[in-house]
Design a protein around this ligand. Structure first.
Ligand code: PLP
Length: 405
């Protein structure tokens, strides 16, 4: 018999979203006629716009021609796409040589764990996107799960809540090798200011840590004063890796396309290049993103695709505002939604899973319990603004009619 990976055994109660789905299915089994609305998993809902679609169609059609056929591509990704990411999204503050195209940010989070190995220590925001902690548990970086505290003994959790404007108190934070940081944040919807990110970069520099900056929602930032990339902060190139994704930017959650940036200046303790090792890991564990998706990505970022992309992002931001205003009018404490597709709603007197169950039973709306993102999320619910407009408006009516709680 084969022994089970001892680190997988340590994973706490399965991944959050399968648990949400399990409860949703159980509800549907009991209430087969229920018309559930899902504001739970942050999955895009709107069809692609014409130019975006045409780029994918053409890429597929070209594969059916002798001149257009291509097999394996460059391991680092299509150069034209990397040039476009560099120029359109980073104003050439990073070079195409530092960009690694991937099949999505989540896959990169997993591969980054392999890059750094099981001896590293990590810090995460609390609450945070579950993949940082779970991939780290699987690699054995974390020690056992502490049931009482609802966290892993070996991970440093940096509380982010309304009291500290969702930015951790770095003066009391211990050093770790890696710091995962996400802005605009999933799940809280909070966005960090230039001053805050400067403090974060300086903290990483002082501690000789590596910052893994998840910018999967950067395109949702509305205020030009708020950095869309960690590389807008002086010194970040020496301490930070950045992750980006087409998923929420252009409705590519199913198409799959993302990227990572590892600057030339980023070095290990012994002076060797992180980028060189990342290149080795990527080419060992991965054979490149789909050529169709990459050509599609070029279409998203070109002069016709870019306005379509922004239209899509603005549509979801309007949804977020509709939901936010509803909760504000009902007197709820609600965060996020201004530079992010997520709302973080406090349910006074209720634990997150109880609020989840309440909304499922009384409003037939699926949400995501805040506690699933970390102990500091207890008492909150995350609402996703991904939905057709009619669905969001129907959800608003249901929230109002159940008075929520
Ligand atoms: N990072 C964050 C913060 C996310 O919320 C998500 C998806 O929800 C991802 C990464 C994964 O993105 P992708 O679809 O590119 O794998």
């Amino acid at each position: 018999m084969v022994k089970r990976n001892p680190h997988i055994i340590k994973l706490n109660a399965g991944y959050l979203f399968p648990e949400v789905n399990k409860r949703k299915r159980a509800y549907l089994e009991k209430n087969p006629n229920a018309k559930l609305i899902s504001l739970g998993i942050g999955d895009t809902t709107e069809p692609l716009y014409p130019h975006m679609t045409q780029s994918l169609v053409k890429a597929a059609q070209d594969l059916g021609t002798a001149q257009g056929y291509s097999g394996y591509g460059s391991e680092q990704g299509n150069l034209l796409l990397r040039n476009q990411i560099a120029s359109k999204l980073y104003q050439n503050t990073v070079s195409s040589d530092e960009i690694f195209v991937s099949d999505g940010a989540k896959c990169d989070i997993g591969r980054l764990q392999i890059l750094f190995g099981s001896h590293t220590t990590i810090a995460v925001q609390n609450p945070s996107y579950p993949a940082y902690v779970d991939t780290s548990v699987i690699l054995g970086q974390t020690g056992e799960y502490n049931l009482e505290q609802g966290n892993y003994r070996g991970i440093v959790y940096l509380p982010c809540d309304p009291k500290n404007n969702f930015f951790p108190d770095l003066s009391s934070a211990p050093r770790t090798d890696l710091i995962y940081f996400c802005s605009p944040n999933n799940p809280t919807g909070a966005v960090s200011t230039r001053e805050q990110l400067t403090a974060l970069v300086n903290f990483a520099k002082k501690n000789r840590s590596i910052l893994i900056f998840d910018a999967a929602y950067a395109v949702y930032i509305q205020d030009p004063e708020i950095p869309k990339s960690i590389y807008e902060i002086p010194g970040a190139r020496e301490v930070a890796i950045e992750l980006g994704s087409f998923s929420k930017m252009s409705g590519y959650t199913g198409v799959r396309l993302g990227w990572s940036i590892v600057p030339e200046e980023l070095k290990y303790e012994d002076g060797s290049s992180v980028k060189t090792d990342w290149s080795r890991i990527v080419s060992t564990f991965f054979n490149g993103a789909s050529n169709i998706a990459q050509i599609g990505g070029i279409g998203v970022l070109d002069d016709q695709g870019h306005p379509e992309m922004m239209k899509m992002v603005n549509f979801y931001l309007e949804n977020a505002q509709i939901l936010k205003n509803t909760f504000l009018e009902m007197g709820y404490e609600v965060y996020g939604g201004d530079h992010s597709p997520y709302l973080w709603v406090k349910f006074p007197g209720l634990k997150s899973w109880d609020a989840f169950e309440y909304l499922l039973e009384h409003a037939e709306i699926v949400t995501t319990p805040g506690s699933g993102f970390g102990a500091e999320g207890e008492g909150f619910i995350r609402l996703s603004a991904y939905g057709h407009r009619s669905t969001i408006l129907e959800a608003v009516q249901r929230f109002k009619s159940v008075g929520v709680h």
